[in-house]
Design a protein. Structure first.
Length: 249
């Protein structure tokens, strides 16, 4: 195969750390992926792709594995040029900015004997790529599917976000939120962050009325028959001022 034009090695932008990361929670929806991640020696050619719907926890598992296995973390939409071979975790790999860059990354990791962990919504064999050689590499990549998170996982995840922010939230309030928020890990994290900021700024507790106000763009508005957000709201108060917390979804 002829080399791609203008092949030159470029520095790759690493994924910035988020304010608070939560370790993946063991669940039936991610059991298969956790088994694969637990034994990298079983990955054919040292390559594995996690796939599942939005909010299934792919990024959280990838981040955890990158720390445990010493993988650099890259983002598919920022992947360009000719990446150097190194142990790599590539999130949103199905959205690579440049197909030749993904092709070179796969080849470089294989040539150097480096682990390559990728994540995308669909199995790699279904990623919409035009390069025949890249499509061949992707078809040969082992994949592990993640399902939709269970109710138990989402409940535990939301509670952990509040705990990490030292914010006490009554179970009834958490139930109210879980019934209205999208079933996505990133949305739960954003909701917890907004409620934390609002509680600190207002100097009061978190009520359903407050949640409706600060989470207006996230809540689906269903189930308002449970209350009007006034007198029967439960109150959550911060244990202590919330500080920016470091790395560990």
């Amino acid at each position: 195969m002829a080399p791609f034009p203008s092949a030159r090695q470029l520095p790759l932008p690493l994924i910035p750390r988020v304010e608070i990361e939560i370790d993946p929670i063991p669940d039936s929806s991610n059991a298969v992926a956790r088994t694969w991640l637990g034994d990298p020696t079983s990955w054919p050619a040292g390559r594995l792709a996690l796939h599942g719907p939005e909010g299934s926890g792919k990024s959280a598992l990838l981040a955890q594995a990158s720390r445990r296995l010493g993988l650099r973390r890259l983002s598919g939409p920022l992947l360009r040029g000719v990446p150097e071979g190194a142990p790599t975790a590539l999130d949103d790999a199905d959205c690579a900015a440049e197909e030749p860059a993904l092709f070179h990354l796969i080849n470089a990791c294989a040539a150097g004997g480096h682990l390559l962990l990728m994540a995308g919504r669909e199995p790699p064999s279904r990623w919409p790529v035009a390069l025949p050689d890249l499509a061949s590499r992707l078809r040969a990549t082992a994949s592990a599917a993640l399902g939709q998170p269970t109710d138990a996982l989402l409940r535990t995840l939301l509670a952990r976000h509040f705990e990490r922010r030292q914010l006490r939230v009554e179970p009834a309030v958490q139930d109210w939120l879980l019934a209205r928020l999208p079933r996505e890990a990133a949305v739960l994290a954003e909701a917890a962050a907004r409620l934390d900021r609002a509680a600190l700024a207002g100097g009061g507790g978190v009520t359903r009325a407050l949640a409706r106000s600060v989470l207006a763009g996230l809540l689906d508005g269903s189930g308002d028959e449970l209350g009007d957000g006034s007198g029967d709201d439960f109150v959550a108060t911060p244990d202590a001022p919330s500080a920016s917390m470091g790395t560990l979804l």
